[in-house]
Design a protein around this ligand. Structure first.
Ligand code: 8YV
Length: 332
C-alpha cells in the first residue's frame, strides 16, 4: 500500500508530480478556516508531512498517529517541537545549504540599502524632492572598508562575511560558539567576544539560529554598546532581538539605522513604530525567496521526505536519532 503524505503550500507542479508518483498525496495549497477539518482528517492517516511555514504542535502530533517524517521547506526549525518529535520517533528534515548564498545576498542587500539609504532616497526622487544637488542631509556612509561584525558564523554568516571581506574590503570580526580557523585564514576574519564585536563593528549582522540561549540576545544593553554610527542587520529570526529595545535605540539615535528581514511578529503589524522610522529598511522575510532557491529548497524537502519514507536515512534530518527509532520500530 502506498504511504500517504500531506503537502502544504507553495509546491510547484513538478514537485507535486514527483510526490504523487510515490505516495498518496493530500494537497493543501492554502490552509484556512474552510479546509482545516479536511487537513486534520488527512493528517490522521498521514505518514509524511511536507511544506513551508508548517505549524506543528504536540496536539497536531496527537492527531497524526502514523506520522513518520516532517519535511520543512526551510533551514530554520525553531518553530518545531523537536524533542517531542524525537520522543515519538518522528524525523524532522530541513533544507540547509541550498539557501545559503541567496540568504547572504539578502543580508548584503540590506547592508547596502541601509548604509547608503537606498529606499529612503528612492522615495526622495519619486516624491519630487530632487530639485537641486543633494546635500549632506542625503549622504550615506561608506560600506567598503568598514568593520563587519557577524553575530554567528555558520554557513550563512560565512557567506555574508565572504561578500564583505572579498567584495568590499571589510575587516570581519565575529562572535561564535567556536572560532573558525579556515575562515580566519581565508578572509582574515577574527573571532572575538560578543562585547568586543558590539563595540567595534560598523555593521552588526545577526545570523544565529533562534534557540533558548539566543532569544533576545540583542537586547537594550547590546544596543547601548554599539557605536552610534552602527547599522544593525537581522536576517536570522525576529525574537533573537528585543524589538522594543531596538526601536528605542533607533528612536534615540543610539544606532544609526537597521536593515530587517525578520520581526518578532510576522507579518509586521501596521501599528509597528518601525514603519515610521526612515533610517530602517524593512523586508517581508524574503531571505531565501528567489525562484531558483525556493525551488531547490522544495526539491530537497521532497528528496528528504521520499528517502525517509522509503526507510533510507535522509541527508538533512535534524533529529537523526528519531530515524533510528523509526527503523528499529519497523524491524520489530
Ligand atoms: C523560509 C527561512 O522561507 O529557511 C528559513 O529558515 O527563514 C526561510 O527560508 C521561511 O522560514 C518560511 O518557511
Amino acid at each position: 500500500m502506498n504511504k500517504r503524505i500531506v503537502a502544504v503550500r507553495r509546491l510547484h507542479a513538478e514537485h507535486l508530480k514527483q510526490l504523487e508518483g510515490m505516495f498518496h498525496v493530500d494537497y493543501f495549497p492554502h490552509l484556512d478556516e474552510g479546509n482545516l477539518d479536511a487537513y486534520h482528517a488527512a493528517l490522521a492517516h498521514a505518514h509524511g508531512l511536507i511544506g513551508g511555514k508548517l505549524s506543528v504542535t504536540p496536539a497536531l502530533l496527537d492527531g497524526a498517529p502514523n506520522l513518520e517524517v516532517v519535511a520543512t521547506i526551510s533551514v530554520g526549525y525553531d518553530n518545531f517541537p523537536v524533542d517531542e518529535m524525537s520522543r515519538r520517533g518522528i524525523v524532522l528534515c530541513n533544507t540547509p545549504d541550498v539557501l545559503t548564498e541567496t540568504t547572504a545576498d539578502t543580508g548584503f542587500a540590506l547592508i547596502m540599502a541601509t548604509v547608503r539609504r537606498v529606499p529612503e532616497l528612492d522615495r526622495f526622487v519619486r516624491e519630487g524632492q530632487w530639485q537641486a544637488h543633494v546635500e549632506e542631509a542625503q549622504f550615506g556612509r561608506d560600506v567598503h572598508g568598514k568593520t563587519l561584525g557577524m553575530v554567528g558564523m555558520g554557513r550563512i554568516g560565512a557567506a555574508v562575511a565572504r561578500r564583505g571581506a572579498l567584495g568590499f574590503g571589510m575587516p570581519v570580526i565575529y562572535s561564535n560558539a567556536s572560532p573558525k580557523p579556515a575562515l580566519n585564514a581565508e578572509l582574515g576574519a577574527r573571532c572575538c567576544s560578543f562585547e568586543a564585536l558590539l563595540a567595534c563593528a560598523d555593521v552588526v549582522c545577526v545570523t544565529v539560529p533562534l534557540t533558548d540561549s539566543t532569544r533576545h540576545l540583542i537586547d537594550a544593553d547590546a544596543f547601548r554598546q554599539m557605536k552610534r554610527s552602527a547599522i544593525f542587520v537581522n536576517i536570522a529570526r525576529g525574537p533573537v532581538v528585543d524589538e522594543a529595545a531596538m526601536i528605542t535605540a533607533l528612536q534615540q539615535g543610539d544606532i544609526a539605522g537597521a536593515g530587517l528581514d525578520v520581526f518578532e511578529q510576522e507579518p509586521l503589524p501596521s501599528s509597528s513604530p518601525l514603519l515610521a522610522l526612515p533610517q530602517v529598511v524593512l523586508l517581508p522575510h524574503i531571505g531565501s525567496a528567489t525562484h531558483e532557491t525556493r525551488s531547490a529548497m522544495a526539491q530537497l524537502a521532497v528528496d528528504n521526505l521520499a528517502l525517509a519514507l522509503q526507510g533510507e536515512r535522509p541527508p538533512n534530518a535534524v533529529n537523526p536519532d528519531a530515524f533510528s527509532m523509526t527503523s528499529a520500530q519497523e524491524k520489530m
